[in-house]
Design a protein around this ligand. Structure first.
Ligand SMILES: [Zn+2]
Length: 319
């Protein structure tokens, strides 16, 4: 399974051949030069057997929850504002993602990891920057239902892997029009997507966790599709999908940091059998390191807010 060039990352040998430097704390990774690398300790806190267990059961960041339509409209705060508050209040950085709860019959918690936010924005940028790969989105916003139930959005998203077909998915309960119900609609966002490609990829072997056990894990494909919808509607002067986005939209600053994490960092892991005991950061290390940047720089420098719109996500530099 070869990644397309746009998504390729340095492997361990390539990172090891760079210039070893030292840092005082994780956010210093942002200041590494392209030719530098650092070695860090494993980041998963004690009490979790492994990265997978941490990603499943680790602490979550929880934006303030709304339980009723009445409460949501009375307080009138958008998901972006609620994330801003929650992200700015974190104490520490050992989190496996942020979560929100739908209102109504569907009681499955939605879980979003920062890795998927970053990967979603990489996929979206790729689809703009590489000719012929564009994400197709089509919104079905039937007038009678859209105000209460949101739109359904059918999307076609490119794959990150060479030789793989495009991915079709449908987002449901997509906030689309300005109504009091928009708060509840956005909390109920879902999709019919099950991401079989993850099953074959060791780094993403969480496909079995995607549904069931009361949790819906949001993936990069869904986020990329949503970003394409935001763009399409923005161009038509509809700001609701952006205003009500349950997915944190990365800034170029956190993208740069993520690229350093994936290309300039190794983990010294004493449990490894290899002689050098080095490996690339796993999914949990990467997620925790992303939260460390949020803890240090706060929400508005790492993710979109009205105050910090940072150019166009489609044009971000991913090299
Ligand atoms: Zn997916």
């Amino acid at each position: 399974m070869t990644k397309k060039a746009f998504f390729r990352e340095a492997n361990k040998a390539e990172i090891k051949s760079k210039n070893l430097v030292e840092i005082a704390s994780l956010p210093d990774i942002a200041r590494l030069e392209a030719g530098d690398f650092v070695v860090i300790n494993p980041l998963v806190p004690r009490g979790y057997e492994n990265a997978k267990k941490f990603m499943k059961h680790g602490l979550e960041v929880k934006p303030r929850r709304y339980y009723t339509l009445e409460q949501a409209t009375r307080e009138g705060r958008t998901p972006v504002q609620l994330r801003e508050e929650a992200f700015n209040a974190i104490q520490g950085h050992e989190f496996c993602g942020y979560t929100f709860m739908p209102v109504g019959r569907d009681r499955r918690k939605r879980k979003v990891s920062l890795i998927e936010c970053l990967e979603g924005s990489r996929l979206f940028a790729y689809s703009h920057q590489v000719p012929g790969t564009g994400i197709k989105v089509r919104a079905y916003a039937e007038a009678k239902r859209v105000r209460r139930e949101g739109a359904e959005v059918v999307a076609e998203v490119p794959s990150r892997t060479e030789g793989q077909g495009r991915i079709q998915l449908k987002l449901v309960s997509v906030p689309f029009t300005d109504s009091p119900e928009k708060y509840i609609i956005s909390l109920n966002i879902g999709s019919d997507h099950s991401c079989p490609s993850k099953r074959f990829n060791i780094r993403y072997k969480y496909a079995d966790d995607k549904e069931g056990s009361g949790i819906v894990n949001i993936c990069a494909h869904e986020i990329a599709a949503y970003l394409a919808l935001i763009q399409q509607q923005w161009d038509e002067k509809n700001v609701i999908p952006l205003q009500m986005s349950q997915f944190a939209i990365s800034t170029q600053e956190i993208v740069n940091y993520y690229l350093r994490l994936r290309n300039n960092v190794l983990v010294r892991d004493e449990t490894l059998r290899s002689k050098d005991k080095l490996r690339k950061p796993d999914r949990a290390d990467t997620e925790i390191a992303l939260w460390a940047l949020v803890e240090s720089l706060k929400h508005d420098r790492t993710f979109y807010s009205r105050k910090s719109r940072d150019g166009d996500v489609a044009d971000y530099n991913w090299v």
